[in-house]
Write a protein that binds this ligand. Structure first.
Ligand code: NAD
Length: 258
């Protein structure tokens, strides 16, 4: 019996995110969900948040994961949640929304919605957690952009690309301001990743196979990315293994922008 409990203790303490608490937005599906599972596997205490209670249910019961409802466009809800969750070591801002179209297709409502979900949410979340991270003398913020940003222009991604470029600027500014306080801020720019919302976008285009082929043809590897492949980069960027990395743009795009 004593041997078994020693080995269990050792198993429980083996992880790249031991002792860290991580909050993830849009953790109910796609890259956010894969990241919640990967962070939990590495022994972080994960607070997985999402606007969709059903999506969050799919994470309940997984070791080290707690779920909380959060709409990232609700600044009052953000403030309430962060007030209740002191001691955050890691914030992973994942939530984002794709508007399909050119500038002429993008009316003022689409534009405002893109800024609100893709950029203002990261401003609100980061502004809410930073005082606590400063007090702790450490912290990591990781943001989700895309190669459709300042990295490259993509057709029919006007508002998306503009706001995702903003995410890169927001990341670099936070990194510069807080580097002296042991707080790092990095950004991930994926190529096209097979997630539930991408499936929806392909279906919405009328001809699913043609839409899928268009997305795949942009990828020199001849395939879409998997959410788990982005999650593994995220684990590295929020762990101490990447302690010398801040303000950096991390492209993981199957060679799209090479
Ligand atoms: P997704 O878009 O499929 O959805 C993830 C989750 O976001 C869902 O569970 C949904 O309920 C939640 N969500 C939607 N609105 C929300 C809100 N207001 N507040 C909180 N949660 C909300 O996930 P994805 O495709 O993996 O995309 C995740 C992030 O990665 C986004 O920022 C996206 O722009 C970015 N990204 C995705 C791809 C891709 O090809 N999938 C490529 C590059 C970047």
């Amino acid at each position: 019996m004593p041997r078994a409990s020693t080995s269990n203790t050792q198993e429980a303490s083996l992880g790249r995110l031991d002792g860290k608490t991580a909050l993830i937005t849009a953790a109910g599906a796609g890259i956010g969900r894969a990241s919640a599972i990967a962070f939990a596997r590495e022994n972080a205490r994960v607070i997985a948040t999402d606007i969709d209670p059903t999506a969050l249910e799919s994470l309940s019961g997984i070791r080290n994961i707690e779920t909380r409802l959060l709409d990232v466009t609700d600044r009052v809800a953000i403030a309430d949640l962060i007030d209740r969750e002191s001691g955050l070591d890691i914030l992973f801002n994942v939530a984002g929304w794709v508007h399909h179209g050119t500038i002429e297709d993008c009316d003022r409502e689409d534009w405002d919605k893109s800024i609100l979900i893709n950029l203002t949410s990261m401003y609100e979340m980061s502004r809410a957690v930073l005082p606590c991270m400063v007090q702790q003398g450490k912290g990591v913020i990781l943001n989700m952009s895309s190669v459709a940003s300042s990295v490259t222009g993509a057709p029919n991604r006007f508002a998306y690309g503009a706001t995702k470029a903003g995410v890169i600027g927001l990341t670099k500014a936070i990194a510069a301001d807080y580097v002296g306080q042991n707080i790092r801020c990095n950004v991930i720019c994926p190529g096209t990743v097979d997630s539930p919302s991408l499936q929806g976008r392909m279906e919405a285009q009328g001809n699913y196979e043609q839409a899928r082929q268009m997305f795949v043809s942009r990828q020199p590897m001849g395939r879409l990315g998997k959410p788990e492949e982005i999650a593994e980069l995220a684990v590295y960027l929020v762990s101490d293994e990447s302690a010398f990395t801040t303000g950096a743009v991390h492209v993981v795009d199957g060679g799209w922008t090479n």
